[in-house]
Design a protein around this ligand. Structure first.
Ligand code: ASP
Ligand code: MG
Length: 439
């Protein structure tokens, strides 16, 4: 069985949904299709939730009506027969009635998550209606019946696998299954989600859960690029990368893939393909366990980074110092991205500033603390880049005119991370582009 996941832009217009229908009916391998919400819908739902949270019901109503109008304009171009149109109307009516009811009751976080779930419910039901009209046999697979997260919001892969396999076993002859990305149940059995962009994560979890042959992620670009196309002029799609390379890159700016979606596929060794709905025959990017290539493969950057330096003579020859520092970050559930140390100082970077003040206050009991905001991590990734002769040198040579705040090398064989002030990000990406790739 294979997984095909389509993102918001791939289902965002009626004609795109028709294209998706063509793509999922081409091959003969049984397929689970994972759909995102139509592009723009989740943002709109977030906006509705925010208006309700702020107690502004008239704004919420206005936003619900705008979204409703979007769907009322969408379905007539999607399906043609009176029967299918009536079905689509019914689906839209049901979901917007639900949203309108929320205007009358008191708002809470569980309701907000229910609101956020409407996008994927609508997209899959409308798509299923299209398949019905075209008499394409398919099974509707509600994600809320099998996707679950635990009390730490971590997906429960063994449970997901067990439930999903049991459901699939009830349909031994069917070849096409349609399910929602992003949404799930939490440990309180409420509707929840896998965070923004989480449909990729769903696809990867489903792929792992059934040990799929491949997990295809269909988006609107031709795979992962070797540099940020928004910043540098010349980039190219990467044909093949390893899970390790992809994991390093997905976190950094390369917005094409949700960072958490690598591990489930990697754990069960399911290859992931990044493909382009607009150009279905393009090669895209294949992510798998082993690749032959070595040297720098891609560069990505992440903004909004804050560097924290803790300097203390007590660190000299002491043990347990790092543990005490890390405990502070753990206490405030703040992940650390980069670390560098010297004999008397430690620098770390974070991107979640919610508890910066408390963290700073506690760290000050260990020594002097310096904080540099507005930094950017430049991440250079390549299979065994650390062992490739000249690779690291070419990275540093390219940055000769840029003040470097931190360098992290040797944490993995596949990555060199460099911290620069955000004002140098563009220059760094451009210089590296010319300095480390052969074009
Ligand atoms: N619809 C959700 C979002 O926009 C999930 C996804 O599309 O991956 O974040
Ligand atoms: Mg996405």
């Amino acid at each position: 069985m294979k997984i095909m996941k389509f993102g918001g832009t791939s289902v965002g217009r009626p004609e795109r949904m028709h294209q998706v229908k063509d793509l999922i009916t081409r091959g003969d391998e049984p397929t689970i299709v994972v759909l995102s919400a139509l592009s723009g819908t989740t943002n709109a739902l977030v906006g509705i939730g925010e208006a309700l949270a702020a107690g502004d019901k008239s704004l919420a109503k206005e936003r619900i009506d705008t979204l409703h109008a979007h769907y009322l304009a969408f379905y007539p171009a999607l399906v043609q027969t009176a029967e299918a149109r009536a079905k689509a109307e019914e689906i839209i009516k049901e979901h917007f009635e639900f949203l309108n009811i929320l205007l009358k009751i008191s708002f809470n976080e569980a309701i907000n998550r229910d609101i956020l779930a409407q996008g994927e419910l609508l997209s899959t039901k409308l798509f299923f209606t299209l398949l019905g009209e075209l008499q394409i046999p398919a099974v509707f697979l509600p994600a809320l019946d099998f996707m679950s997260i635990d009390e730490n919001s971590e997906p429960e892969l063994p449970k997901i696998s067990e439930k999903l396999k049991a459901i699939l076993a009830q349909h031994p002859k069917e070849r096409l299954f349609i399910t929602q990305g992003y949404i799930c149940k939490n440990h309180r059995n409420e509707v929840d989600n896998l965070k923004r962009g989480g449909s990729d994560y769903t696809a990867s979890l489903v792929a792992a859960a059934i040990n799929a042959s491949v997990c295809e992620i269909w988006t609107d670009i031709d795979g992962m690029h070797n540099n940020d196309p928004r910043v540098v002029d010349r980039t190219r799609p990467i044909a093949e990368m390893s899970f390790d390379e992809a994991a390093e890159l997905a976190y950094f700016g390369a917005k094409i893939l949700h960072p958490a979606s690598i591990w489930p596929a990697q754990l069960y060794n399911v290859p992931v393909k990044l493909l382009n709905t607009m150009e279905p025959t393009a090669h895209g990017t294949l992510i798998k366990a082993e690749v032959e290539t070595t040297g720098v493969k891609a560069i990505a950057a992440k903004d909004g980074i804050t560097a924290i330096k803790i300097k203390s003579s007590r660190m000299l020859l002491a043990y347990g110092f790092l543990r005490r520092i890390f405990e502070v970050f753990e206490k405030y559930k703040t992940p650390i991205d980069m670390i560098t140390t010297s004999e008397v100082a430690v620098s770390v970077t974070i991107d979640d500033l919610s508890h910066l003040e408390q963290i700073q206050a506690e760290l000050e009991s260990f020594g002097t603390v310096e904080i540099d905001r507005n930094q950017a991590i430049i991440c250079v990734v390549g299979n065994k880049v650390a062992e490739t002769k000249g690779a690291v040198q070419s990275v540093l040579d390219s940055l000769i005119n840029i003040p470097v705040r931190m360098v992290s090398f040797g944490g993995s064989k596949h990555n060199v991370s460099i911290l620069v002030d955000a004002q140098y990000k563009t220059q760094a990406l451009k210089s590296l582009n010319e300095g480390v790739f052969t074009w």
